[in-house]
Design a protein around this ligand. Structure first.
Ligand SMILES: Cc1cc2nc3c(=O)[nH]c(=O)nc-3n(C[C@H](O)[C@H](O)[C@H](O)COP(=O)(O)O)c2cc1C
Length: 212
C-alpha cells in the first residue's frame, strides 16, 4: 500500500477508536416501578450497612437503574421527580456513579449513564479504606449553575436538603431490593472534583456506597 494510503488508513482507524472510547455511555434498563417490598416493610428494614461488613458483590443493571431512578428519576411525565426540588426545578443535585468500569453521570432524562472517564476511582475518593469495596459510589454534586444569582448559603441549604431526600430514597430502595447502602460524608472532595472534571465553583457534598 502506498505510504499516503497507509497513513490515511491509520488516521481513520485511530479516529474510529477514539469515537468509540468517547461515547461509552450506558443505557440503563427500565427501572422497577411496581410490586416488591411494601414501603412500610422497607422503612422497618432501612439501615446503613456497617463499614466493616460492607460486601464486595456486584449489583445487576436492573438494580442500579432502580436505585438511580428512586434517587432522582422522573415519576410524573416530563417534569416531576421522585424527590422534591424547589419551585419544581430540574434536579439541581446530580448523581455521579463511580464503578469498576469508570465514572459516569446519571442522566434522568433518558435514564442512562453518561461517561466521564473509564478510570476506576473508587479507591481514591473516600477517607475510609473500606469505601473501595463497594460496587458503586453514588456521588452527590450540586449543579452550580442551577440557582442563578440566589444567595450562596441558601443555595447550599437547598442542595443539602435535596441530598437528604435523595439519600433516603436510596436507603429505602436498597432495603426493598436487599442491597447494602451507607451514606459517607468523609470524602476526598478535591480528588473527586478532578476526577469528575467539575467546574471550579462546584464541589461534591457526599456519597452513598452501594453493594450486595
Ligand atoms: C450526615 C451523615 C454523615 C455520615 N458520614 C459517614 C461517614 O463519613 N462514614 C461512615 O462510615 N458513615 C457515615 N454515615 C453513616 C452513619 O454513621 C450511619 O447512618 C449511622 O451510624 C446511623 O446508622 P443507620 O443509618 O443504620 O441508622 C453518615 C451518616 C450521615 C447521616
Amino acid at each position: 500500500m502506498p505510504f499516503l494510503m497507509r497513513k490515511l488508513a491509520v488516521i481513520l482507524l485511530s479516529s474510529l477508536f477514539s469515537i468509540s472510547v468517547c461515547y461509552a455511555d450506558i443505557t440503563l434498563p427500565a427501572p422497577q416501578m411496581k410490586d416488591g417490598m411494601s414501603l412500610f416493610e422497607a422503612l422497618k428494614k432501612r439501615s446503613s450497612t456497617p463499614a466493616g461488613d460492607f460486601p464486595v458483590g456486584q449489583l445487576s443493571d436492573d438494580e442500579l437503574s432502580t436505585v438511580l431512578w428512586a434517587a432522582s428519576g422522573l415519576n410524573r411525565g416530563k417534569s416531576g421527580w421522585t424527590v422534591p426540588m424547589v419551585k419544581g426545578k430540574a434536579p439541581y443535585v446530580r448523581i455521579y456513579v463511580a464503578s469498576q468500569k469508570g465514572v459516569f453521570r446519571y442522566e434522568w432524562e433518558g435514564q442512562y449513564l453518561r461517561e466521564i472517564s473509564n478510570k476506576d476511582i473508587r479507591a481514591d475518593i473516600g477517607q475510609q479504606s473500606f469505601t473501595r469495596r463497594a460496587a458503586y459510589a453514588l456521588i452527590f454534586v450540586p449543579d452550580s449553575e442551577a440557582f442563578g444569582d440566589m444567595d450562596a448559603a441558601k443555595a447550599n441549604n437547598f442542595a443539602n436538603i435535596a441530598v437528604g431526600a435523595m439519600s433516603q430514597n436510596i436507603y429505602l430502595t436498597a432495603a426493598a431490593l436487599k442491597l447494602s447502602a451507607r451514606y459517607i460524608h468523609s470524602i476526598k472532595s478535591d480528588v473527586i472534583s478532578d476526577e469528575l472534571k467539575l467546574p471550579e465553583n462546584s464541589k461534591a457534598i457526599g456519597m452513598i456506597l452501594l453493594g450486595k
